[in-house]
Design a protein around this ligand. Structure first.
Ligand code: SIN
Length: 304
């Protein structure tokens, strides 16, 4: 049996598959459920300084090869999230706290609280494609990315991951900025900006208009971003975007990922997601005579 265990910035994962932010992440019970169902780790819903209702419905629409969502960063606020994390931490596996803020001060306050609640690492959401004043509006700028990352790094001791947007001309430039700010890893990619039009109503389907496209349709974009990042940064890369099979996972690992996040597939496979992906990746590794998932990282770069 090939070895699926991976290490990322000091965190040991039983397998490379991490539940992505925003998927089952609003309650501790569902995060714990994903961990008990075999996730290597989970990322919480992105949490802000105050409760936020998010956008009006419709907030998600199924489109060919995926979904477009614009939830609007709904969350209960950092103070109310403490008890959810108590639940999420019960299975004893890595929990990564995702936070979003409007500036470095907010990110630092959120990071300190998340650390105090016991999360094992942080993921900075500098990549949501549809939230005024947050997410990609900060993370498309390398200087802001570096500044926020450096501030959070100075504020906490746990590893800090930065989730990057693909909606930029060079994700490598933003990845390097995160690395220069001291990031322990980058996660790529968040969703691609997209839109669906309701033909009978002559207007966008989602109440917000545009949203973020996820699912199998964005996999080639994600793989290319991870490939570019691998050539640009020395820190580990967490790959994501449309992973729904062991072969998809192998592609991301070969492009340069050390660990992987999954989202849209969970809507189809639900609790079976993680055992399904682990089994398929394991089969790919054994049938291609690889001893471990680790052995695949960066293989497509022809360096070894
Ligand atoms: C949302 O809450 O609208 C999605 C968050 C994200 O894409 O980062």
């Amino acid at each position: 049996m090939a070895e699926l265990t991976v290490d990322i910035a000091g965190l040991r994962l039983q397998n490379p598959f991490i539940l992505a932010s925003g998927i089952w992440g609003e309650t501790g019970a569902t995060l714990a459920r994903a961990l008990r169902a075999g996730a290597g780790a989970v990322v919480t819903k992105s949490i802000g300084v105050a409760p936020r209702a998010g956008y009006a419905n419709p907030t998600i629409v199924e489109v060919p090869a995926g979904f477009i969502n614009a939830m609007g960063l709904p969350n209960p606020g950092i103070d109310a999230y403490k008890e959810e994390l108590e639940e999420a931490l019960k299975p004893g596996k890595p929990v990564i706290g995702s936070v979003f803020g409007a500036n470095a001060r907010e990110f630092c306050a959120l990071a300190r609280k998340m650390e105090g609640y016991g999360v094992h690492a942080l993921e900075l959401n500098l990549s949501c494609p549809h939230a005024q004043g947050y997410g990609a509006q900060l993370g498309q700028d390398p200087d802001i990315t570096k500044r926020i990352t450096a501030s959070v790094k100075a504020a906490v001791k746990i590893p800090v991951f930065v989730k990057l947007t693909p909606n930029v001309s060079s994700i490598a430039t933003i990845g390097k900025a995160a690395e220069a700010g001291g990031a322990d890893a980058v996660a790529a990619i968040n969703t691609l900006k997209g839109m669906a039009i309701e033909l009978e109503l002559c207007r966008p389907v989602l109440s917000h208009g545009s949203g973020g496209y996820s699912g199998p349709g964005i996999k080639p974009v994600g793989v290319a971003c991870v490939y570019d990042l691998f050539g640009a940064v020395k820190i580990p890369i967490i790959g994501m975007g449309g992973i729904s099979s062991g072969e998809d996972a192998a592609e991301y690992l070969m492009a340069g990922a050390t660990a992987l996040q999954v989202g849209s597939i969970v809507y189809k496979k639900r609790d079976r997601t993680f055992t399904h992906l682990s089994r398929e990746l394991s089969h790919f590794l054994s049938s291609h005579h690889y001893k471990s998932a680790r052995a695949l990282t960066g293989k497509a770069h022809g360096r070894s």
